[in-house]
Design a protein around this ligand. Structure first.
Ligand code: PBG
Length: 337
C-alpha cells in the first residue's frame, strides 16, 4: 500500500479503517479467504444407458455423454482417479420397458440395479447417490403415477417410490435421493428401509425442488418427456421461499439425513434460508440448464470458463451449501482444483 499522498489534507473516509489492506497481495488474500472449494464438495451426475448401446454425446450438454453399461467401470475409474468421492446415477432405459406406472424402477434386474451392483463390486469406496422418482421409467414423463386427467397421485406414487428405494438399497446404494416432491415420502421411505433392515442406507431429500425451466437439457439426456412438461402440481413455485424452508424442515422431521435445494444459482437465497434453519448438510444441485448456459458461453468465448465456473461454485459454498452436485465436477477437478 502506498505511503505517499498527493493531497495530505484530503479526508478519505475514516483513514484508520482501510479494508483494502487485507487485499493487497495474494498471500494476505489467501489468509483471509472465507470459503473454499474442494474435490470432496463435488458429486458427479451420470447418465447410464442400456447394455449394448453406444456412448452418446448429449447435444444440449456439451462434454457430457450417456455412458453405456459396458463402459461403466472405465468411467468410474476415471472419476475416482480425479479424486471425486460421489456419483449420482440416472438411467436411460430402453423405451420398451416404460409404462404409465414406472414399474421398471423396481425391476431387480433393471439397468439401475445392475449398474449399482456392478459399481459397488468393483469400486466399493465410491459413494453412490441414486435419484428416486419414476420419470425415467414412465411413458408420460411425470415423476409419479397419474390419474386419467394426468394429475400425479400422491400416495400411490409414494408406495412405488418405497419399492424403488428398497430395490436400490438391496443393491448397495449409499444414498437414495427422492426427487419427486410427493408429500410424506421421506417418512414412508425411511420406515420401509428400516423395516427391511437397511438402517445404514441414507436419504438425501430433494426438499426444495422448484418447477424450473433449467431442467430442459436433463429431460433430453434421459428422454424423460418434453422440455416444457408441467410439473407445477408437485414442484415448488419459483416465487416462493417460505414453503421451501417448510419442506426442508418436514423432510428432516421425517428422517432425511441431508437436504437439497435445486436448481442452484437462481435459488441461493433459499440455500441461505434453509442453512440458517437446519443442522444437517445442505446440498445444492447445479442443474443441466445452468451447466448448459456456462458451457455454451465458454464455447462462444464470451466468458473465461475457469473463472466463471469457480465463481459460480464458490457462490454456492458462500450461500451455505456443503455439497454441490454438478456436471462440471470432472472438468473442475481436471482444470481448477
Ligand atoms: C426428475 C429429475 C429432474 C432432474 C433431476 N431429477 C428433472 C425434472 O424434475 O423434470 C433435473 C436435473 C437437471 O436438470 O440437471 N426426477
Amino acid at each position: 500500500m502506498t505511503r505517499y499522498r498527493t493531497y495530505p489534507d484530503l479526508k478519505i473516509g475514516n483513514s484508520h479503517i482501510r479494508p483494502r489492506r487485507l487485499r493487497q497481495n495474494e498471500q494476505i488474500r489467501a489468509l483471509v479467504q472465507e470459503n473454499s472449494l474442494q474435490k470432496s464438495d463435488l458429486i458427479y451426475p451420470m447418465f447410464i444407458s442400456e447394455k449394448g448401446t453406444k456412448k452418446y454425446d448429449i447435444p444440449s450438454l456439451p462434454g457430457i455423454s450417456r455412458i453405456p453399461f459396458d463402459d461403466l467401470l472405465h468411467e468410474i475409474q476415471e472419476i475416482q482417479n480425479l479424486g471425486i468421492k460421489g456419483i449420482m446415477l440416472f438411467p436411460v432405459v430402453d423405451p420398451s420397458v416404460k409404462d404409465p406406472t414406472g414399474k421398471e424402477s423396481y425391476n431387480p434386474n433393471g439397468l439401475m440395479q445392475n449398474s449399482i451392483r456392478k459399481i459397488k463390486e468393483n469400486f466399493p469406496n465410491i459413494l453412490i447417490f441414486v435419484d428416486v422418482a419414476l420419470d425415467p421409467y414412465t411413458t408420460h414423463g411425470h415423476d409419479g403415477i397419474t390419474n386419467d386427467a394426468g394429475y400425479v397421485l400422491n400416495d400411490e406414487t409414494v408406495e412405488a417410490l418405497c419399492k424403488q428405494s428398497l430395490s436400490y438399497a438391496s443393491c448397495g446404494v449409499d444414498f437414495v435421493c427422492p426427487s419427486d416432491m410427493m408429500d410424506g415420502r421421506i417418512g414412508a421411505i425411511r420406515s420401509a428401509l428400516d423395516k427391511e433392515g437397511y438402517i445404514g442406507t441414507s436419504i438425501l431429500a430433494y426438499s426444495a425442488k422448484f418447477a424450473s425451466a433449467f431442467y430442459g437439457p436433463f429431460r433430453e439426456a434421459v428422454s424423460s418427456g418434453a422440455r416444457g412438461l408441467d410439473k407445477k402440481t408437485y414442484q415448488l413455485n419459483p416465487s416462493n421461499s417460505r414453503e421451501a424452508v417448510k419442506e426442508a424442515l418436514l423432510d428432516i422431521e421425517e428422517g432425511a439425513d441431508m437436504v437439497m435445494i435445486k436448481p442452484g444459482l437462481p435459488y441461493l437465497d433459499i440455500v441461505t434460508k434453509v442453512k440458517n434453519e437446519v443442522h444437517i448438510p445442505v446440498t445444492i444441485y447445479q442443474v443441466s440448464g445452468e451447466y448448459a448456459l456456462l458451457k455454451n458461453a465458454a464455447l462462444h468465448n464470451l466468458i473465461d470458463e475457469k473463472a466463471a465456473v469457480y465463481e459460480t461454485l464458490i457462490s454456492m459454498k458462500r450461500a451455505g451449501a456443503d455439497l454441490i452436485i454438478t456436471y462440471y465436477a470432472k472438468w473442475v477437478c481436471e482444470n481448477i482444483l
